[in-house]
Design a binder for this molecule. Structure first.
Ligand code: ZN
Length: 240
Protein backbone atom coordinates (compact mmCIF):
# COMPACT_ATOMS: atom_id res chain seq x y z
CA UNK A 1 0.00 0.00 0.00
CA UNK A 2 2.79 2.43 0.92
CA UNK A 3 4.49 1.78 -2.40
CA UNK A 4 1.28 2.50 -4.23
CA UNK A 5 0.72 5.76 -2.37
CA UNK A 6 4.31 6.79 -3.17
CA UNK A 7 3.69 6.06 -6.81
CA UNK A 8 0.46 8.12 -6.72
CA UNK A 9 2.33 11.01 -5.10
CA UNK A 10 4.99 10.86 -7.82
CA UNK A 11 2.35 10.86 -10.57
CA UNK A 12 0.62 13.88 -9.02
CA UNK A 13 3.91 15.73 -8.44
CA UNK A 14 4.85 15.31 -12.09
CA UNK A 15 1.45 16.25 -13.48
CA UNK A 16 -0.07 19.62 -14.26
CA UNK A 17 -3.19 18.54 -16.07
CA UNK A 18 -4.99 16.09 -13.85
CA UNK A 19 -8.61 15.20 -14.49
CA UNK A 20 -10.64 13.34 -11.91
CA UNK A 21 -13.51 11.08 -12.95
CA UNK A 22 -15.63 10.05 -9.98
CA UNK A 23 -18.65 8.02 -9.05
CA UNK A 24 -20.89 7.05 -6.15
CA UNK A 25 -18.00 5.95 -3.93
CA UNK A 26 -16.91 9.57 -3.61
CA UNK A 27 -20.30 10.46 -2.14
CA UNK A 28 -20.90 7.41 0.05
CA UNK A 29 -17.97 8.57 2.19
CA UNK A 30 -20.11 11.65 2.91
CA UNK A 31 -22.89 9.28 4.01
CA UNK A 32 -24.91 9.70 0.83
CA UNK A 33 -26.55 6.38 0.06
CA UNK A 34 -25.70 4.73 -3.26
CA UNK A 35 -29.19 3.91 -4.41
CA UNK A 36 -27.89 1.14 -6.64
CA UNK A 37 -26.21 -0.71 -3.80
CA UNK A 38 -28.11 -3.59 -2.29
CA UNK A 39 -28.50 -2.11 1.15
CA UNK A 40 -32.03 -3.34 1.52
CA UNK A 41 -33.45 0.04 2.54
CA UNK A 42 -35.09 0.47 -0.77
CA UNK A 43 -36.82 -2.89 -0.81
CA UNK A 44 -38.45 -2.33 2.53
CA UNK A 45 -40.55 0.65 1.60
CA UNK A 46 -40.75 0.79 -2.19
CA UNK A 47 -42.55 -1.45 -4.60
CA UNK A 48 -40.31 -0.85 -7.60
CA UNK A 49 -36.58 -1.32 -8.26
CA UNK A 50 -34.64 1.98 -8.00
CA UNK A 51 -33.65 1.99 -11.68
CA UNK A 52 -37.33 2.00 -12.56
CA UNK A 53 -38.32 4.72 -10.10
CA UNK A 54 -35.51 6.96 -11.30
CA UNK A 55 -36.61 6.72 -14.93
CA UNK A 56 -38.27 9.39 -16.99
CA UNK A 57 -41.36 7.34 -17.79
CA UNK A 58 -41.87 6.50 -14.11
CA UNK A 59 -41.42 10.14 -13.15
CA UNK A 60 -44.07 11.18 -15.68
CA UNK A 61 -46.50 8.42 -14.76
CA UNK A 62 -46.11 8.30 -10.97
CA UNK A 63 -44.57 11.65 -9.96
CA UNK A 64 -45.73 11.35 -6.36
CA UNK A 65 -44.01 7.99 -5.90
CA UNK A 66 -40.94 9.29 -7.72
CA UNK A 67 -40.70 12.27 -5.41
CA UNK A 68 -41.22 10.15 -2.31
CA UNK A 69 -38.12 8.13 -3.22
CA UNK A 70 -36.13 11.04 -4.68
CA UNK A 71 -36.64 13.34 -1.72
CA UNK A 72 -35.85 10.76 0.93
CA UNK A 73 -33.01 8.86 -0.75
CA UNK A 74 -31.36 11.16 -3.26
CA UNK A 75 -31.94 14.71 -2.07
CA UNK A 76 -29.38 14.86 0.69
CA UNK A 77 -29.02 18.60 1.23
CA UNK A 78 -27.07 18.66 4.48
CA UNK A 79 -24.18 16.36 3.46
CA UNK A 80 -20.66 17.70 3.86
CA UNK A 81 -17.63 17.26 1.61
CA UNK A 82 -15.20 14.56 2.69
CA UNK A 83 -11.39 14.45 2.33
CA UNK A 84 -11.67 13.35 -1.31
CA UNK A 85 -13.71 16.42 -2.30
CA UNK A 86 -11.46 18.73 -0.29
CA UNK A 87 -8.20 17.39 -1.73
CA UNK A 88 -9.51 17.66 -5.29
CA UNK A 89 -10.47 21.29 -4.66
CA UNK A 90 -6.96 21.95 -3.30
CA UNK A 91 -5.37 20.35 -6.34
CA UNK A 92 -7.45 22.63 -8.56
CA UNK A 93 -6.43 25.74 -6.59
CA UNK A 94 -2.80 24.63 -6.90
CA UNK A 95 -3.24 24.64 -10.69
CA UNK A 96 -2.66 20.92 -11.01
CA UNK A 97 -6.19 19.66 -11.54
CA UNK A 98 -8.19 20.96 -14.50
CA UNK A 99 -11.59 19.31 -14.10
CA UNK A 100 -13.69 17.10 -11.91
CA UNK A 101 -16.07 14.94 -13.89
CA UNK A 102 -18.70 13.41 -11.67
CA UNK A 103 -21.58 10.99 -11.94
CA UNK A 104 -22.90 12.29 -8.62
CA UNK A 105 -25.70 14.82 -8.30
CA UNK A 106 -25.10 16.10 -4.77
CA UNK A 107 -23.01 19.21 -5.48
CA UNK A 108 -20.40 18.25 -2.90
CA UNK A 109 -17.44 19.12 -5.13
CA UNK A 110 -18.71 22.69 -5.37
CA UNK A 111 -19.34 22.76 -1.61
CA UNK A 112 -15.68 21.79 -1.19
CA UNK A 113 -14.59 24.66 -3.43
CA UNK A 114 -14.06 23.02 -6.83
CA UNK A 115 -14.83 25.35 -9.74
CA UNK A 116 -14.66 23.29 -12.91
CA UNK A 117 -17.10 20.49 -12.15
CA UNK A 118 -18.74 18.61 -15.00
CA UNK A 119 -21.90 16.99 -13.68
CA UNK A 120 -22.73 14.20 -16.11
CA UNK A 121 -25.97 13.35 -14.35
CA UNK A 122 -27.04 16.85 -13.33
CA UNK A 123 -27.61 18.22 -9.85
CA UNK A 124 -30.23 18.09 -7.12
CA UNK A 125 -29.52 21.80 -6.55
CA UNK A 126 -31.17 22.90 -9.79
CA UNK A 127 -34.86 22.43 -10.54
CA UNK A 128 -37.00 23.79 -13.35
CA UNK A 129 -40.69 24.03 -14.14
CA UNK A 130 -41.47 21.75 -17.06
CA UNK A 131 -43.92 24.30 -18.50
CA UNK A 132 -42.40 27.77 -18.02
CA UNK A 133 -38.79 26.81 -17.13
CA UNK A 134 -38.79 28.86 -13.89
CA UNK A 135 -35.88 27.99 -11.60
CA UNK A 136 -36.44 26.54 -8.14
CA UNK A 137 -34.03 25.97 -5.30
CA UNK A 138 -33.60 22.52 -3.82
CA UNK A 139 -35.11 23.56 -0.49
CA UNK A 140 -38.42 24.43 -2.14
CA UNK A 141 -38.58 21.00 -3.80
CA UNK A 142 -37.55 19.14 -0.66
CA UNK A 143 -40.12 20.93 1.46
CA UNK A 144 -43.01 20.62 -0.98
CA UNK A 145 -45.78 18.30 0.05
CA UNK A 146 -46.24 15.66 -2.62
CA UNK A 147 -45.38 16.84 -6.11
CA UNK A 148 -43.52 20.18 -6.23
CA UNK A 149 -45.48 22.57 -8.41
CA UNK A 150 -44.64 25.88 -10.07
CA UNK A 151 -46.69 29.07 -9.59
CA UNK A 152 -47.87 28.50 -13.18
CA UNK A 153 -49.23 25.08 -12.27
CA UNK A 154 -46.51 23.12 -14.08
CA UNK A 155 -44.62 20.25 -12.49
CA UNK A 156 -41.11 21.04 -11.24
CA UNK A 157 -38.43 18.63 -12.46
CA UNK A 158 -34.99 18.22 -10.93
CA UNK A 159 -32.14 18.96 -13.33
CA UNK A 160 -31.07 15.35 -12.87
CA UNK A 161 -30.57 12.95 -15.75
CA UNK A 162 -33.08 10.17 -15.26
CA UNK A 163 -32.86 6.75 -16.90
CA UNK A 164 -34.12 7.03 -20.50
CA UNK A 165 -32.88 10.61 -20.69
CA UNK A 166 -29.78 11.64 -22.62
CA UNK A 167 -26.81 13.45 -21.16
CA UNK A 168 -26.40 17.17 -21.77
CA UNK A 169 -24.47 17.54 -25.09
CA UNK A 170 -22.42 20.50 -23.82
CA UNK A 171 -21.33 18.53 -20.75
CA UNK A 172 -20.42 15.59 -23.00
CA UNK A 173 -18.25 17.85 -25.17
CA UNK A 174 -16.52 19.40 -22.17
CA UNK A 175 -15.98 15.99 -20.61
CA UNK A 176 -14.39 14.54 -23.72
CA UNK A 177 -12.20 17.62 -24.17
CA UNK A 178 -11.04 17.50 -20.55
CA UNK A 179 -10.19 13.78 -20.71
CA UNK A 180 -8.46 14.13 -24.09
CA UNK A 181 -6.31 16.97 -22.79
CA UNK A 182 -5.39 15.37 -19.47
CA UNK A 183 -1.92 14.03 -18.73
CA UNK A 184 -3.23 12.13 -15.71
CA UNK A 185 -6.68 10.64 -15.30
CA UNK A 186 -7.72 9.53 -11.84
CA UNK A 187 -10.81 7.34 -11.78
CA UNK A 188 -12.20 7.16 -8.27
CA UNK A 189 -15.11 5.67 -6.39
CA UNK A 190 -16.71 4.12 -9.42
CA UNK A 191 -16.84 0.57 -10.73
CA UNK A 192 -17.57 2.00 -14.21
CA UNK A 193 -20.89 0.18 -14.38
CA UNK A 194 -22.99 3.06 -15.72
CA UNK A 195 -22.97 3.95 -19.39
CA UNK A 196 -22.55 6.18 -21.30
CA UNK A 197 -20.55 7.83 -18.52
CA UNK A 198 -18.09 4.95 -18.19
CA UNK A 199 -17.25 5.10 -21.90
CA UNK A 200 -15.73 8.58 -21.71
CA UNK A 201 -12.53 7.29 -20.14
CA UNK A 202 -11.68 5.75 -23.52
CA UNK A 203 -10.75 9.24 -24.75
CA UNK A 204 -7.79 9.37 -22.40
CA UNK A 205 -4.41 9.50 -24.19
CA UNK A 206 -2.23 10.86 -21.39
CA UNK A 207 0.63 9.43 -19.35
CA UNK A 208 -0.88 7.98 -16.22
CA UNK A 209 -4.20 6.30 -15.61
CA UNK A 210 -4.96 5.75 -11.94
CA UNK A 211 -7.87 3.76 -10.54
CA UNK A 212 -8.83 4.15 -6.89
CA UNK A 213 -11.83 2.05 -5.93
CA UNK A 214 -12.35 -0.18 -2.94
CA UNK A 215 -14.74 -2.59 -4.62
CA UNK A 216 -14.75 -4.79 -7.71
CA UNK A 217 -14.59 -3.00 -11.08
CA UNK A 218 -17.45 -3.81 -13.45
CA UNK A 219 -15.28 -2.80 -16.31
CA UNK A 220 -11.59 -3.66 -16.29
CA UNK A 221 -9.22 -0.82 -17.09
CA UNK A 222 -5.59 -0.94 -18.14
CA UNK A 223 -4.43 1.28 -15.32
CA UNK A 224 -0.85 2.31 -14.55
CA UNK A 225 -1.79 2.27 -10.89
CA UNK A 226 -4.62 0.43 -9.16
CA UNK A 227 -5.40 1.19 -5.54
CA UNK A 228 -8.15 -0.85 -3.89
CA UNK A 229 -8.96 1.45 -0.98
CA UNK A 230 -11.46 4.15 -0.02
CA UNK A 231 -11.01 7.24 -2.18
CA UNK A 232 -11.08 9.70 0.74
CA UNK A 233 -8.35 7.89 2.62
CA UNK A 234 -6.12 7.66 -0.45
CA UNK A 235 -6.49 11.27 -1.58
CA UNK A 236 -6.12 12.56 1.98
CA UNK A 237 -2.59 11.13 1.99
CA UNK A 238 -1.58 13.16 -1.07
CA UNK A 239 0.69 16.12 -0.35
CA UNK A 240 0.39 19.24 -2.51
ZN1 ZN B 1 -43.99 27.20 -14.35
Amino acid sequence: MDEKLKKLQKIIDESNNIVFFGGAGVSTESNIPDFRSADGIFHMSYHYPPEQVVSYSFYMKYPEEFYRFYKSKMMVLDALPNPAHLKLAQLERAGKLKAVITQNIDGLHQKAGSKNVLELHGSIWRNYCMDCNAFYEAKKVKEATGIPTCFCGGMIKPDVVLYQEGLNPTIIEQTIAAIRGADTLIIGGTSLAVYPAAGFIDYFRGNALVVINKSHMERSVQADLNIAAPIGEVLFSVAI
